[in-house]
Design a protein around this ligand. Structure first.
Ligand code: ADP
Ligand code: MG
Length: 240
């Protein structure tokens, strides 16, 4: 589904990614972890073309992300992205947040978009809030709406960038539970997170990054077992 081959990227003179190579198969749940500043956000943003890269190649479902001829907004509409800070439109109701991109980008009729949006809103347990505005919901609820909004676009894969790190502790599990459900249904996911309980529960692979390098790219069992690098071991000792 996603193939990244020797991707390197610089911000000016600063090399943020060095020769990053990995593959994500359909149905894979890949957790990306590593110290702050190691390039995790940049790595997943290159996958849907939100950040350009200078060397290497990335294909998503056979489409070359770096090819100037590729329609990046078309590609992005097929990859769901959920960020740390929810990013709902504050002036639109929850229902309008769910339908906007479906209508504008996928050209669905408003009734179709609404039906679909509300189906996913129900799935994340928030149907009763459809006419509220984002500011009237808790952070955890807003993040669940953001996930429902992404799902309403029928994504072929979902990218998450620290989706729970801006949440109060009591709200983390309600968001992780939704993500666990998605993973168990076979959604292809790349998840930047330090929630190792999530990783242990549903990841089939773990990527560990440090200083722009993919230091480890292994199965969950290998990562949490004894074969990991010193750097990954030090990192885990600090966060668990
Ligand atoms: P992580 O998500 O692992 O914390 P990032 O991908 O956000 O790491 O950032 C990796 C490095 O790139 C950091 O040193 C950060 O300061 C730098 N960086 C991130 N975005 C930019 C940018 N737009 N311009 C310049 N440097 C950046
Ligand atoms: Mg980041």
């Amino acid at each position: 589904m996603i193939a990244m081959d020797n991707v390197s990227k610089w911000y000016g003179n600063f090399q943020v990614l060095t020769d990053c190579t990995t593959q994500v198969a359909k149905g894979d749940v890949v957790v990306v972890c590593g110290p702050s500043g190691s390039g995790k956000s940049t790595l997943i943003k290159t996958v849907n073309g939100l950040e350009p890269f200078q060397q290497g190649s990335i294909t998503v479902d056979g489409i070359s992300v770096g090819d100037p001829k590729t329609n990046l907004s078309g590609l992005r509409s097929r990859i769901g992205m959920v960020f740390q800070n929810f990013e709902l439109f504050p002036h639109l109701s929850i229902s309008e947040n769910l339908t906007l991109a479906q209508v504008k980008v996928l050209k669905r009729s408003l009734p179709d978009a609404t039906e679909r949006g509300l189906k996913y809103l129900d799935r994340v347990g928030l149907i009763a809030h459809k006419d509220k505005f984002p500011g009237q919901l808790s952070g955890g609820q807003q993040q669940r709406v953001a996930i429902a909004r992404a799902l309403s676009m029928d994504p072929i894969a979902m990218l998450f960038d620290e989706p729970t790190s801006a949440l109060d502790p009591e709200m983390i599990n309600e968001v992780l539970d939704v993500m666990v459900g998605l993973a168990q249904e076979g959604m292809t996911m790349m998840v930047v997170t330090h929630e190792m309980v999530f990783a242990k529960k549903v990841a089939n692979r773990v990527i560990f990054m440090d200083k722009g390098l993919i230091v480890e790219d292994c199965t969950k069992d290998e990562f949490f077992g004894t074969t990991r690098s010193d750097r990954a071991r030090d990192f885990l000792a600090k966060i668990i």
